[in-house]
Write a protein that binds this ligand. Structure first.
Ligand code: 13P
Length: 248
């Protein structure tokens, strides 16, 4: 039985005061919900998370990582730096990075490998655009995104991945994928994993992301291959974030 996992992706939001309010609200409201939870925050706030979340059940991490170990790469943040601030997770290949920073499947795969090598848990994001869905290309697109990652890592490393299926048309739009649409994609992703390593595939958590809210979380999480959520907007309010964790 895979333990459910709920991760908040803060994107480029927050400041020190609002972060403290949000984090303390989450920690205070967390009961024994039986789900793991984490926040992926802008890199400057990793130190704040380390200071305010150490000793709590809430883990933290970043939203991107460099493929380089160090040196003359202005603006980049290395896996070792994320480690230095106690990060557990790092998002790799979020659709906003793929779209606005032209991250290719191969670059996302390299980032995933670098994160794994540093002992971080990469949360590999895949998902199709509306045009791709309407053109019947969903399976092809998300399998290719995953396949690039699988080619960059060893089969035994599959067990250390978290995947997130985030259909681009559902992100920040209020248009959630139906539980069936999401389940179909998750099942397909797990089948792709299983082709490389059947045993590991059964244990990999596949999160759903895209307009998940307390009201729709329960039905989504009830699907057999949906192991949690990657939450954007609703992760910025402790009551909404807790509501989703509670729905598990
Ligand atoms: P929303 O929950 O705001 O749709 O964002 C989802 C997302 O992109 C999480 O990474």
């Amino acid at each position: 039985m895979r333990q459910k996992l709920v991760i908040g992706n803060w994107k480029m939001n927050g400041n020190r005061a609002s972060n403290t309010a949000l984090l303390s609200g989450i920690v205070a409201g967390l009961n024994d919900f039986g789900a793991d939870c984490a926040v992926c925050v802008p890199a400057p706030y990793l130190a704040q998370c380390q200071a305010e979340l150490a000793g709590t059940p809430v883990r933290w991490g970043a939203q991107d990582v460099s493929i380089h170990a160090g040196g003359a790469y202005t603006g980049e943040v290395s896996a070792a730096m994320l480690q230095d601030f106690g990060s557990t997770y790092v998002l790799c290949g979020h659709s906003e990075r793929r779209a606005y920073h032209h991250e290719s499947n191969e670059l996302v795969a390299q980032k995933t490998a670098v994160a794994l090598a540093a002992g971080l848990t990469p949360v590999v994001c895949v998902g199709e655009s509306l045009e791709q869905r309407e053109a019947g290309q969903t399976e092809q697109v998300i399998c290719a995104q995953l396949q690039a990652v699988l080619e960059a890592i060893a089969p035994q490393q599959i067990a250390d991945l978290v995947l997130a299926y985030e259909p681009v048309w559902a992100i920040g739009t209020g248009k959630t994928a139906t539980p069936q649409i999401a389940q179909d994609a998750h099942r397909l992703l797990r089948a792709c994993l299983a082709q490389r390593h059947a045993e590991a595939a059964a244990g990999v958590k596949i999160l759903y992301g895209g307009s998940m809210k307390p009201e729709n979380a329960k039905e989504l999480m009830a699907q057999p291959d949906i192991d949690g959520g990657l939450i954007g907007g609703a992760a910025l309010k402790s009551s909404d974030f807790l509501g989703i964790i509670q729905a598990v």
